[in-house]
Design a protein around this ligand. Structure first.
Ligand SMILES: Nc1ncnc2c1ncn2[C@@H]1O[C@H](COP(=O)(O)OP(=O)(O)OP(=O)(O)O)[C@@H](O)[C@H]1O
Ligand SMILES: [Mg+2]
Length: 497
């Protein structure tokens, strides 16, 4: 056995109703190293990490820390073993303040056993200023963006003096600048002997920081190697068990008339003079740094947020969009970036999460026609390769990528003309990404239009016909396909005009 093993699991098994999530897992992490876990959506990565963090109990198997067998009962117990975890699906109470969130489970108390709010405030201020974070301690979490919340989670876990830190998709919602901050912190942690388990679908990140890589497939460990003995193609092949030829299935489509035109859209304090269009058969992209205003513009167009002035034209006609209902009536749909907050109805079944968009088709004459519902939804799921034990499974127990496919199916069931996708591939594996890209291409081929907001430049460049770049609530640049390059996008993304 290798010396310096900090964490080891042996023959771990875990089943959920209808799925064997983990099958005889052997896996170990060396002290002071970064060990990456790669695998498609639903491969079992998060399940194993939740077992290590005491959220789930394994059916069988053993966990060893410093080669001593341990039983981990719950996350607080895990912390006593020096384990901290940045969860994949950010778990927070929107109504809670930053200070409460930061010190959750370890709020300082006075000698009378009450929460010491003064000390809490002081500690929070110290913490925030040490990290250079511009938030107020009593700010509610619901006022922050996903990327702010993710950054807070990261910093919270890192500052916990943990010996093992599990990071489950830590960079899914943050920008390159913040990724760089995180990676610097990881280097420091490593040098202090901290072990890190790093889960990510972004393989370039994995190769940037991992010492070891373990590949999961369908609940088993396929292979485990030093990162230097692997390369990206090998990892992808091991993950999916097949080769993916062309990552971006973009086709040349002859563009038709303008389908959607946005004219001088303004929302005081949020965005200003937004002008853009998308034609039939076209895929356009929106690039920019987090906070540039891209999501806000899309939300306004989709009728979620009010606008101050400007208007929206569809097929050359002015349309009034004051609510999501108006938007759907105009055959425009939007996939949200914050799946957990706005997308899924966690405890309802995958079927209901999809069929909610077509209730009028399945509820009529005073009855819900379940057989039809099953048929329509089932067909779409198999077309999109949604992996679920059954149509009755609550959506919250699906892996992230499969939840995303269900939400996409929900909107595709409405047969939209315009599909707005806000960070559609966040936290999604290569196989599922490819299926989403294929669907975008399909839409374009049928003379419909796609608008994709993304922070991943390679996918914008790979899939779009044109890219708009935003910064500080304004469109600062527009690039034609022949002009696409990461540098010019970044230049516009930071320019002020
Ligand atoms: N609480 C649960 N109840 C039922 N099934 C579950 C539960 N949690 C996970 N599963 C199932 O276990 C399998 C493994 O899921 P897991 O979340 O570990 O995958 P993952 O590798 O983390 O995927 P992703 O990359 O999408 O995050 C999936 O089939 C998932 O649907
Ligand atoms: Mg996961």
């Amino acid at each position: 056995m290798e010396p310096n093993i900090k964490l080891r699991v042996s023959q771990i098994e875990k089943s959920f109703p209808g799925v064997k999530a983990l099958n005889k897992i052997d896996f170990s992490v060396r002290k002071g190293t970064v060990h990456a876990l790669c695998g498609e959506n639903g491969a079992g990565k998060s399940t194993l990490m939740k077992i290590i963090n005491g959220i789930y109990k394994p059916d069988t198997g053993q966990i060893f820390i410093d080669e001593k067998p341990v039983k981990i009962l719950n996350p607080i117990h895990a912390r006593s073993y020096g384990i901290a975890m940045i969860a994949q699906e950010l778990n927070y109470v929107p109504e809670m303040s930053i200070e409460e969130n930061l010190f959750l489970g370890r709020l300082p108390v006075t000698k009378y056993g009450k929460v010491d709010w003064k000390l809490l405030r002081k500690k929070t201020i110290e913490f925030l200023s040490a990290e250079g974070l511009p938030y107020k301690p009593d700010q509610k979490l619901k006022t922050l963006t996903v990327s702010d919340i993710q950054m807070l989670e990261i910093i919270k876990a890192i500052n916990n003096k943990a010996e093992i830190i599990v990071m489950d998709e830590p960079t899914s919602a943050i920008t390159q600048r913040e990724v760089d901050i995180l990676f610097k912190k990881i280097e420091v942690l490593k040098s202090q002997g901290v072990s890190i388990v790093y889960i990510s679908h972004k393989l370039d990140e994995v190769f940037q920081i991992a010492d070891d890589i373990t590949i999961f497939r369908d609940g088993t460990v396929v292979e485990s190697h030093r990162a230097s003995d692997l390369d990206m193609d090998k990892v992808i092949a091991l993950m999916v068990g097949r080769k993916i030829e062309n990552v971006y299935p973009k086709e040349e489509i002859k563009l038709g008339d303008k389908l959607l035109e946005i004219k001088d859209l303004c929302s005081t304090g949020v965005f200003k003079n937004i002008n853009f269009h998308v034609s039939k058969g076209e895929i356009i992209g929106f690039a920019g740094l987090v906070g540039a205003g891209r999501t806000e513009v899309m939300r306004a167009i989709f009728g979620l947020d009010p606008i101050t002035s400007g208007h929206i034209m569809k097929d050359g006609q002015k349309v009034e969009i004051k609510s999501v209902k108006d938007s759907i009536k105009n055959k425009m749909v939007m996939l949200t970036e914050d799946r957990r907050r706005y997308g899924i109805i966690p405890i309802r079944s995958v079927m209901e999460n999809a069929s909610i968009s077509i209730l009028e088709k399945i509820i009529y004459g005073g009855y819900a026609h379940e057989r039809e519902e099953r048929k329509i939804v089932g067909e779409y799921f198999s077309k999109m390769n949604v992996k679920t034990p059954s149509l009755e499974t609550p959506i919250q127990s699906l892996s992230g990528g499969n939840q995303q496919k269900v939400l996409l199916a929900k909107w595709m069931l409405r047969n939209p003309d315009i599909l707005i996708l806000d960070e559609p591939t966040r936290g999604i594996d290569v196989g599922a990404k490819f299926e989403i890209y294929k669907l975008m291409s399909e839409m374009a081929k049928q003379n419909r239009a796609v608008i994709m907001v993304s922070s991943e430049l390679p996918e914008l460049i790979g899939m779009c016909d044109r890219i708009y770049v935003m910064n500080q609530g304004k469109i600062t640049g527009e690039l034609q396909k022949s002009e696409f390059c990461q540098e010019s996008i970044m230049k516009y993304a930071t320019s002020t005009i």
